[in-house]
Design a protein around this ligand. Sequence first.
Ligand SMILES: Nc1ncnc2c1ncn2[C@@H]1O[C@H](COP(=O)(O)OP(=O)(O)OP(=O)(O)O)[C@@H](O)[C@H]1O
Ligand SMILES: [Mg+2]
Length: 478
Amino acid sequence: MQTTGYNAPMPFHPPELATVLVVDDEAQDRSIHAEIVRSLGYAVEEAEDGRQALTKIETTPVSAIVTDLKMPGMDGFELLRTLSDRGQMIPAIVLTSFGGIGNAVTIVHDLQAFWYLEKPAEPAVLATLLERAMHYGELLRGTERLQRQLSQQGVLGEMVGSSRAMQQVFTLIQRSAPTQAPLLITGESGTGKEMAARAIHRLSPRSLGPFVAINCAAVPSELIESELFGHEKGAFTGAVGRHIGCFEQANRGTLFLDEIGEMPHNMQARLLRALEDSTVRRVGGSEEIRVDVRIVAATNRSVLGLQGEKALREDLFYRLNVFHVHLPPLRERKEDIPQIAKTMIDILNKKHGCFVTGLQHAALQRLMAHSWPGNARELRNILEWAVITAQKDLIRPAHLPEIMGTRRPSEPAAVERKDGAVSFELGRKLEEVKREYVAETLKSVNQDRSRAAQLLGISMRTLYNWLAESKQNARAAS
Ligand SMILES: Nc1ncnc2c1ncn2[C@@H]1O[C@H](COP(=O)(O)OP(=O)(O)OP(=O)(O)O)[C@@H](O)[C@H]1O
Ligand SMILES: [Mg+2]
């Protein structure tokens, strides 16, 4: 160990080869701190500013960073923000000569720095913090290792899937989860977009914060602003009290914007502004409220569809599409069916108090032969039926519903149905035919509204409006 001019405390045993990167534009400060760190038994790398630090990190495995805050070029804030955006969780100790509690809170919370110290750092304090930083880094690596092992066995949070496609999805989720960057999840209805969003939240540093979900297609356009940003009492007719919007509810957590392609364009512009400024203003309010929210958006349109149909404003699209996770349809990864089915049967046994042990080979064959237009949600619905019907032992083909090629004892259909077609007698009222056609379409996709809207070639909003309208008409007629 080198000697120093400091009365350095006896170090704990720093992990061999642990490198600490000391970043400071002031040569004298840098060498003083580098010297302390070296005296504690660590290897030391030095950098003059954030940019040089990033280059060093690319070439040398760094266990902890000790950085100044104010530096020309890339400062300490930007360095930590860049590392956080990249998901590089290196514990950082921030040293600065101008302080204030505000800065400390921002650094420690938002930028996930490990600690905050006034310059010049006390060697004993720096020694203790570096020791803790090393333990923390070890914990992070251990958690990462465990997650990787689990995902290689086809499990990520509640999601299962060993197919190549799902392994790629898991890798992307793991890589993006620790960052603050927005995410866009695409995939047909029922492929697990919300499940993926929850997995991202759970694996992120925000996991202790709230996960708030809003379905942009299900909220009437005149209410979406108040749902997102909240409103003050009396802001509009019916605003009897103050309402806290999703953004504020999701503070320090994750906001899941489902069916983002269905959000009206003027609202998309407001959303973009909120994302850029990290502030919201309640409807009828004047205060700008700071929010710290990570956005995960989802759509069952393809990325090309989103752009081509102009469902999403281009500026918002680029803002959200920092990471793009695409969930492939189940028919393209049928090898996942046995594992997903097993997991679902376990869950459904618990839910319904049943003792089903698995699927008989012939029943599994039926599942493998099906095309799964409703994806994993349809699989869950079918297994729910089968688990309740079978109660115990193995699920046999007879336990599967009609749609899987066996008969289900059910009431006669309101219209004649045959091989995916429905026919209506001439002379029926158009309104009636429309209602029944929509009902049949919904039935064919296990009541999955977004898939039904896709099949009908209409937006989710139009479908919701139709359903509400026909309910009203039926009520009026009775
Ligand atoms: N990989 C998976 N492993 C286990 N279960 C899954 C998986 N993917 C989806 N599921 C199940 O499928 C169902 C539908 O998932 P989810 O609600 O996340 O789909 P979605 O893509 O958000 O659908 P929609 O577009 O209709 O909102 C859930 O009940 C979930 O339990
Ligand atoms: Mg969903």
